[in-house]
Design a protein around this ligand. Structure first.
Ligand SMILES: [Cu+2]
Length: 218
């Protein structure tokens, strides 16, 4: 690490003198009490400090009646485009608080998109196909990441201070948080254990707050 830093400095690159990496691992127990083997849809983020992050532009593609990827994490002000690669109509909507939106029905070549201005967890659905769902996590600082499949994560550039580090996963009943003090050396071994034992997939409502029609044939 010290070598990498001095190499960067030698190359004349700007490295904030005090920012460091917060790294560690997420794990989650499943219904049967076993550890989940794919944590690539876990999101880890630093809470308790607001800082400007450059807005991103990302895409969640609708294909095969699925949103892909299923989970994205972006900072406030980011744009998410929802291209439809199926030959049928899809809708994109959310009723998640201040981030609610509705892009109506469309297919190619129209591409609906949405700018997200409020931090939070946005649950995105299609009003035709109840099985389609995606999650957009909106953060109010640049210190966030998705975990690797093995649960490992590393968040670069965290300034020294006291924070809450949070792991979120759709299948966990609640996020797991730990308090941490980051020094200028960072932190290498944070462990965030999520509890997914109580997970049940619940059928969500359509955009009118009603049940989806039974026997949908689209
Ligand atoms: Cu659809």
């Amino acid at each position: 690490m010290r070598f990498v830093l001095s190499a960067l400095l030698a190359a004349g690159l700007a490295v904030p003198a005090s920012a460091a990496a917060v790294a560690g691992r997420v794990e989650m127990t499943d219904k049967n009490g076993k550890l989940v083997t794919d944590l690539s849809e876990a999101v880890v983020y630093v809470e308790g400090t607001r800082a400007r992050a450059t807005p991103q532009k990302v895409a969640i593609t609708m294909k095969g009646k699925e949103f892909r990827p299923h989970v994205v994490v972006v900072p406030v002000g980011s744009t998410v485009a929802f291209p439809n690669e199926d030959p049928i109509f899809h809708n994109v909507f959310s009723v998640s608080g201040d981030n609610r939106f509705d892009l109506d029905l469309y297919k190619r070549p129209k591409v609906g998109e949405r700018v997200f201005e409020q931090p939070g967890i946005v649950r995105v659905y299609c009003n035709i196909h109840p099985q389609m769902s995606a999650i957009v996590v909106i953060r109010d600082n640049p210190w966030y990441t998705k975990a690797g499949k093995d649960g490992s994560f590393s968040i670069d550039g965290v300034p020294p201070g006291k924070y809450t580090l949070t792991a979120w996963h759709e299948r966990a009943q609640k996020p797991t948080t730990i308090e941490l003090t980051v020094t200028d050396k960072g932190l290498a071994d944070a462990l965030l254990a999520l509890d997914g034992r109580g997970f049940k997939r619940q059928q969500h409502k359509n955009k009118f707050g009603k049940d989806y029609a039974v026997g949908e044939k689209y």
